[in-house]
Design a protein around this ligand. Structure first.
Ligand SMILES: *Cc1c(COP(=O)(O)O)cnc(C)c1O
Length: 409
């Protein structure tokens, strides 16, 4: 059978879309062509319930080879004693990690969604909020840094079974040792969700939570730049309960084609070129941040240590985050509105934006390009420049940094 015409057209349209805009969504990236090949491979045909060398299906010799390579590469890269590479997504990884360490109604202390946490960290409409008893910590009202006084105070009061560190919108280094100390003080497990920063951790550009946490979950497609999926890393003594929480606890057959894509990415992340990439990601975020601050935009925490920046648009430009997102999209810059801590706007409108440098750094942008992007963002949101002119500047930048030159559908 030939590829359906609508699918084919949509894939080519998407290829053009990805080529012709500046991607600042902090959770997105461009995988290598090798990862794409692995993702779209014949492993999609294979059932492999179980784990390498102990499967419930025959014919697993070759998927075993790849899954084992993925596990061993991840163990080395993150200095982890045990790795499960099967979770279908970051959310699935969290579901399995909770199941391994908690019983329904057990208590979890996690970062508030409004302060930068994730839906799977206890949001009321998410399975996590339904099954477990969550309490939240936030950020300091003056500095916007994690408020460890509050974390400790809440931990002592609430006596959680598990403390969760990690976020979707936090731009500063997270002090996992401080979390460990508080967890030990109250006798809680420490879980870290490093979904956003996994690539930086792999490159040793951010402290490694695997050294101190009982269990670490991650996505594999954000700064780690691999196949869309999840992963769990833990101490050897928890291997069995983590593995059985993934299968048969929360999943059936693993997606071996995506495990191949994750494995390829982990191998790429073990190379010096990825260390250079991760460090450039941080330099680029800092460069963009400088331009925003120079233009009197309120940047949360007044800077960044990683790939992402949260900033306020309402007071400076008198527009909501939603409006700002739409203006930028109209000139080819894609990012997302962000509900800020202590935001007075609704979650539909918001006062801010979240941007990240991971994707455009993959395309080859350096500090100069990110400074130019910062200037274009300010001009666009100021609304005193012809948007057509800015749109052209975006297009010119994109043309200079092509993606996937060998791919056409
Ligand atoms: C993105 C993210 C997830 C969820 O990942 P999905 O693959 O979208 O399910 C979980 N936790 C954090 C902190 C994230 O940023």
């Amino acid at each position: 059978m030939k590829l359906n015409e609508i699918i084919k057209q949509s894939l080519n349209d998407e290829l053009n879309r990805q080529q012709n805009h500046i991607e600042l969504i902090a959770s997105e990236n461009y995988v290598s062509e090798a990862v794409l090949i692995a993702n779209g491979s014949i492993f999609t045909n294979k059932y492999a319930e179980g784990y390498p060398n102990r499967r419930y299906y025959g014919g697993c010799k070759f998927v075993d080879q790849v899954e084992t390579l993925g596990i061993e590469t991840a163990k080395k890269l993150f200095e982890a004693e045990h790795v499960n590479i099967q979770p279908h997504s970051g959310s699935q990884a969290n579901a399995a990690a909770y199941k391994a360490f908690l019983k329904p109604n057990d208590k979890v202390l996690a970062m508030d969604l409004k302060a930068g946490g994730h839906l799977t960290h206890g949001f009321e409409l998410n399975f996590s909020g339904e099954i477990y008893n969550f309490e939240f910590y936030g950020v300091n009202k003056d500095t916007y840094y994690i408020d460890f006084e509050e974390v400790r105070k809440k931990a002592l009061e609430f006596k959680p079974n598990l403390i969760l560190a990690g976020a979707s919108a936090y731009s500063r280094e997270i002090d996992f040792v401080k979390f460990r100390k508080i967890a030990d003080e109250v006798g809680a497990y420490l879980m870290v969700d490093m979904a956003h920063i996994a690539g930086l951790v792999a490159a040793k550009a951010h402290p490694n939570p695997c050294l101190v946490a009982d269990v670490v979950t991650t996505t594999t497609h954000k700064t780690l730049r691999g196949a869309r999926g999840g992963m769990i890393l833990c101490k050897a003594k928890y291997a069995k309960k983590v593995d059985s929480a993934v299968f048969p606890g929360t999943q059936g057959g693993p997606l071996e084609h995506l495990i191949a894509g994750k494995t390829q990415a982990l191998i790429e992340a073990s190379d010096q070129s990825f260390v250079d990439y991760a460090n450039q990601v941080i330099k680029n975020a800092k460069a963009l941040c400088e331009v925003l601050i120079e233009n009197d935009i309120f940047v949360l925490t007044n800077g960044t240590d990683n790939h992402l920046i949260n900033f306020e648009v309402k007071s400076k430009f008198n527009i909501t985050g939603k409006q700002a997102e739409a203006i930028l999209e109209s000139i080819g810059i894609v990012c997302n509105k962000e509900l800020l801590p202590f935001d007075t706007e609704s979650s539909v409108n918001t006062s801010g934006l979240r941007v990240g440098s991971a994707a455009m750094t993959t395309r080859g942008f350096k500090e100069n390009e990110f400074k130019e992007v910062g200037r274009i963002i300010v001009d666009a949101l100021n609304q005193n420049k012809d948007l057509e002119v800015l749109k052209n500047e975006v297009k010119n930048l994109c043309d200079k940094f092509p993606i996937y030159e060998n791919i056409k559908y």
